[in-house]
Structures are given as structure tokens and as C-alpha cells.
Design a protein around this ligand. Structure first.
Ligand SMILES: Cc1cc2nc3c(=O)[nH]c(=O)nc-3n(C[C@H](O)[C@H](O)[C@H](O)COP(=O)(O)OP(=O)(O)OC[C@H]3O[C@@H](n4cnc5c(N)ncnc54)[C@H](O)[C@@H]3O)c2cc1C
Length: 378
């Protein structure tokens, strides 16, 4: 069985590893000139680690990550408004939550894929189904035919939009800066977010004494003014926030700054289209509020390979994959979008009510939600 994968991000690479375990050797195409990740930190919850365990690479991933003790939410003055003890949940599920530098995760995934199967500089522009299989057309004018194609080209998937023209990304209403810096000496064992009227800032320790931070601001899409912001603008904007938030930005160099508007994909009802199947963000991009986009891509890889391994009937496996994945990925997308609205509230009347409610939220409510996130069906 000859399979082409479009997109060498977390979904494409992890699925390639899962298919290799079935004895297949998929070819992976990526539009970028090199299989090199862009991005900052990435939370990998226990469900993703369970997926990597299935593929036999969890030890490698965990060795590059940083295990987290918990997740805390503060108000802008540094008063704790909610706390989740990851260790307690991890003990229950037998696995920790990790945060990892995206580049390190890609390095691990790439180390498990033969380099001759990786084709950079190949931007797919169309996929046509013929009697011979699926022909991928690339921007450079070349084409290649496969028995089957997995589409993992991310949120803005060109191939998904051919299959489902209405499935365009939707703006979440907030924009996000991220950075990875050397830790100037801030003590932290847990991930935290600070929610305030002026926006939301999160930070977490990474391996090798580094820190990953992000800052989200409600803003119009593609703001020219915000595109020009430098770390000092963030430092100034968040100057009234508690320590170490302004200091995180003060320790960030302009070259360390990443900026993206936040989008997701309104849930779609099909991931399987005969001998073409959508995976990862191409199928179900979510806002990052639950830290689950990449984790769901890992689950996709495991579930798709699990289904394919049953009878090696790609089209039937695609349909079974879709059946197993639709409800869970829709739930994540919807929950995450709602959580983003709550976290990004700038309404001075609602913020104290929200914070009061969060402060008094019974622990079992948080735990029940996490239970559902961590519970995989493999
Ligand atoms: C600010 C932010 C923070 C996040 N934090 C987390 C987190 O903490 N935890 C988590 O689990 N998730 C997180 N996510 C989500 C996570 O980044 C994505 O869900 C994940 O990267 C999806 O992987 P993917 O492989 O499906 O898509 P992508 O990572 O987008 O990879 C797609 C690949 O396809 C390639 N490509 C694109 N178009 C083409 C084409 N036409 N032809 C060939 N190749 C193409 C691209 O070059 C890219 O390599 C975050 C996202 C954002 C924006």
C-alpha cells in the first residue's frame, strides 16, 4: 500500500511513525524548504503521552520535555483564582503532563522517519482521485500518484478547502505573542496563566532552564499596529500585572518574538473522503486554550493506524477513524473556544464574577473535565 502524506507537522510525522509500525513506508511532503519546526512551547498532556507510548517513542519525547506539577490561574494582581494539581491527576492516569519545545518534539519525530521518505519544498495545490489512486499536484508543476493520501497540512489546508470549500478558518477574536527565553531565575514548577482586563499571559518552565511564555490580547484580525509590537510594547501594556509578567517581556529579545492571530475551524462532519483522509489541524484545528491541538493530532495518528491495521482497507479504515474521532475532536474545539471567551473577558463587571466562580469551583469539576481530556480510546 502506497501512501502519501501532505504536511510534515506533528500530525503528518506522528502518523508516518504509526504507519511505519504497520510495515508501511509513507512519503511525506512539506511546503517548507526544510523539515524544520516553527513555534515555541507545546503542552503535551497525558493523552498525547499515551499516544506516543503506543508508538514506542514516549521515552524519547519525555526525555526532551519538562514534567509539570500543576496549572494555576491568577488575577492580574497575582491572587490565585484556580488551581489544578496535575500530579494528582497524573498519579491516577499513570502519566505526567509535559511541556516541550516544539523544535525538540520535531527532532524526536524526525529521528524515527527515514530521511529518504521526507520531501521538503513540495507544496501540494490539489489532489485528484483517478482509477490509479490519488494524484497530488505540487506548486512546482510536478505530480505524484499514491494509492491513498493523508492530508495533514494544518489549519489553512489547501486540500481540505478543495474538498469542503466552506471550511475556512474562523478568527477567535484575540491575537497571541509567544517567546522562549533563558530563565533569568524565576522559580516555577507549574504552568500558570494570569487573566486580567488587559489580556491573558501564560508562562511555564521548559527543559534546559528555559521559559515559554505567551500573551493574548483581544484585537481586530490582522492588526497592522500590533504586527509592529516589540517585547517592550508588551512590557508596557502589562506593566500593572504581577511579577514576573512584565519581567518576562523585559528579558525577551525582538528576534525571540512570535506573533499569530488565533483561529480555529468550525467543526466539520467528515474527515474521510474515500481514499483521502484529513488529520490533525486540517481536520479539526482548535484554539490553543486547552493545549490540545497537537495532542489530538497524536491521537489521530494512533487511531488511524489502529483502524488501518485491522484489515488494511484504507477507505473502510478512514470511515471507522472518522466515527471514532468526530465527537471527541468536536468537543475539544467547542470547549476550547468557550474557555477562550471566558479567559479573554475584558468586561469589568463580569471579571470579578468569573474570578469568584473559579475560586469556588469544586475540585471535582476541574478533575472531571481533565478526566475526559486524558481518557483516550486506545
Ligand atoms: C499559539 C498556539 C499555541 C499552541 N499550543 C498548543 C499546546 O500547548 N498543546 C497542543 O497540543 N497544541 C497546541 N497548539 C496547537 C498545535 O500547534 C497544532 O494543533 C498542531 O501544530 C497541529 O499539527 P498539524 O501537523 O496538524 O499542523 P501544523 O503543525 O500546522 O503542520 C502542517 C504542516 O503542513 C505543511 N503544509 C502546509 N500547507 C501545505 C501544503 N499545501 N503542502 C505541503 N505541506 C503543507 C506546513 O509547512 C506544516 O509543516 C497551539 C497552537 C497555537 C497557534
Amino acid at each position: 500500500m502506497n501512501i502519501g502524506i501532505v504536511g510534515g507537522g506533528i500530525a503528518g510525522l506522528t502518523t508516518a511513525i504509526a504507519l511505519q509500525k504497520l510495515g508501511l513506508a509513507p512519503t511525506i511532503f512539506d511546503a517548507a524548504p526544510k523539515f524544520e519546526p516553527v513555534g515555541a512551547g507545546l503542552a503535551l498532556a497525558a493523552n498525547a503521552i499515551k499516544g506516543f507510548q503506543k508508538l514506542g517513542i514516549a521515552e524519547d519525547v519525555m526525555a526532551k520535555g519538562h514534567a509539570l506539577d500543576g496549572f494555576h490561574i491568577f488575577d492580574q494582581h497575582g491572587v490565585l483564582i484556580n488551581r489544578t494539581d496535575s500530579r494528582a491527576m497524573s498519579a491516577k492516569h499513570g502519566l505526567d503532563n509535559f511541556v516541550i519545545h516544539r523544535a525538540n518534539l520535531h527532532q524526536v519525530l524526525l529521528s524515527h522517519i527515514p530521511s529518504e521518505n521526507l520531501k521538503p519544498n513540495k507544496k501540494a495545490v490539489n489532489a485528484t482521485t483517478t482509477n490509479q489512486g490519488v494524484t497530488l499536484q505540487f506548486q512546482d508543476g510536478t505530480q505524484e500518484t499514491f494509492d491513498h493520501v493523508l492530508v495533514a497540512d494544518g489549519l489553512n489546508s489547501a486540500l481540505r478547502q478543495h474538498l469542503l470549500p466552506a471550511s475556512v478558518p474562523r478568527y477567535a477574536g484575540y491575537t497571541c505573542w509567544r517567546g522562549i527565553i533563558d530563565n533569568p531565575g524565576f522559580a516555577a514548577k507549574y504552568a500558570s496563566e494570569t487573566w486580567g482586563k488587559l489580556g491573558r499571559v501564560g508562562w511555564t518552565p521548559l527543559a534546559d532552564n528555559k521559559i515559554y511564555w505567551f500573551a493574548c490580547l483581544n484585537a481586530p484580525e490582522k492588526s497592522k499596529e500590533l504586527a509592529a509590537w516589540q517585547p517592550k510594547d508588551l512590557e508596557n501594556h502589562f506593566k500593572a500585572y504581577h511579577h514576573p509578567i512584565p519581567a518576562l517581556f523585559a528579558h525577551t529579545q525582538p528576534a525571540q518574538l512570535l506573533w499569530h492571530d488565533i483561529h480555529d475551524l468550525a467543526p466539520i462532519n467528515s474527515y474521510a473522503f474515500g481514499n483521502i483522509v484529513l488529520l490533525g489541524d486540517a481536520a479539526h484545528a482548535t484554539t490553543p486554550n486547552m493545549g490540545q491541538g497537537a495532542c489530538q493530532a497524536v491521537e489521530d495518528a494512533v487511531v488511524f493506524a489502529d483502524e488501518l491495521g485491522k484489515d488494511f482497507d484504507f477507505n473502510a479504515a478512514g470511515k471507522r477513524f472518522e466515527k471514532r474521532r468526530l465527537a471527541r475532536t468536536h468537543w475539544i474545539t467547542n470547549q476550547s473556544r468557550t474557555l477562550g471567551k471566558v479567559a479573554q473577558s475584558s468586561n469589568s463587571l463580569l471579571i470579578p464574577v468569573r474570578n469568584f466562580a473559579l475560586r469556588h469551583l469544586p475540585t471535582f469539576v476541574n478533575e472531571r473535565q481533565l478526566e475526559k481530556v486524558y481518557s483516550v480510546d486506545f
